[in-house]
Design a protein around this ligand. Sequence first.
Ligand code: UDP
Length: 474
Amino acid sequence: MEGTKPHAALLASPGMGHLIPVLELGKRLITHHGFQVTVFVVATEVSPAQSLLLQQATTPHLPNLVSLPVVNDSILVDPEASVLEQLLSMVRGSLPRLRSAISAMKVPPTVLIVDMFGLEAFKIANEFEMLKYVYITSNAWFLAFTAYLPVLDKLVETKCSDLQEPTRIPGCKPLWVEHVFEPVLDIKNEMYHAYMRMAVEITMADGVLVNTWENLEHPTLAAMRDDKLLGQIVKAPVYPVGPLTRPIEPTDSENGVLDWLGMQPSESVIYVSFGSGGTLSAKQTTELAWGLELSRQNFVWVIRPPMDDDAAAALFTSADGRDGIAEYLPDGFLERTKKVGCVVPMWAPQAQILGHPSVGGFITHCGWNSTLESMVNGVPMIAWPLYAEQKMNAVMLTEELGVAIRPNVFPTKGVVGREEIATMVRRLMEDSEGNAIRAKVKELKYSAEKALSKGGSSYTSLSHVVMDCQMMSR
Ligand code: UDP
């Protein structure tokens, strides 16, 4: 085997938020660490809106991209099932195809790397005697919380959300229940049990990769390496390998947004986007429109029809979302803001936008990929979490790192009013407070670059994985 490249099989569960970091990990293993990589993408029937997203995810640097159709689609259509349950059953439904794809290979890959929702595929790695790694596409704090759930489970009788005191996970800042995604805390909820299972499955891994870097979350990572602290819970060695984000590649700028940005002054534009699927209520959409207008700042807004407006929501699934925008925005908004604003329906080339010199702020739902993309481009944020672990991310960005401000009340608890939005945008874009935040995020940008460069902490972490794989290949 000596001289042959180690072969990594990567499994990406559905959703752009998983696919993007898995692809970036694959590219990095190829370009910096001499791997052969096959990425298996769990695919299912996609809506027109999703297929638009997938088109944007073309991957010229990855030689082997294998789509894994889900074997039994009927398991997907339970409309009562939570998004997480649907996701897990899609992965489950794709496993027979993964097994046959691997058994058709002359030599099985050395290692199987799955994201957190692909842990069930570990049994296939066992069958073929492959190493098995999980890649947490979020941060170390979230990994710590997930791994700690079985400990919390022993402490509470009915609901973790009944806990009056913040949870003190070693190496982490105290975690208040209001900052955790609710269903994960309710033992009657299916999601609670799914996360508990994942917590156990993570301990079976030969290694845990995390899309973070040493300097960003040192105390948490150090606690994970300490057998008296989190090390005894996580068990597997933890490797911070990030931030792995999409590079800024040339685009045909289908929306004209990059051309528009090219005409704006440096750091003058606030970019507004809620991830690959985030939507706001009709009321919140109206307030956000007014808030942006009142702020008198330049903006790019990736807009989606409000999901609680049936007529508008139909646009989300039936078209590219361009039609009918004016109907769910305040009267005359597009006309009044046409000189200062660029409204992009549904999907925008976010990596390019955040890397553009005209962009000086980001209203973000705090999805971890968006957060990292903002940090690596030195763009300060307004934290507007919606679901999953985003409230925890928002707390980290505001209270721990000081690279974001956030509304007084989390948007999940009510509507953020236009005045508050306008004030936050001006604080970030115009005030000295914004300058201080900008300086901090720029420090993170340099720290991230250092971590990824040869000899840096993330580079070295991934080299350890390479060594494990080389030992296995011998
Ligand atoms: N994204 C994009 N254009 C959009 C919306 C999202 O390119 O209009 C990308 C974004 O750059 C990020 C990913 O989709 O890489 C979203 O991942 P994130 O973890 O931020 O949020 P999620 O979509 O998983 O909630």
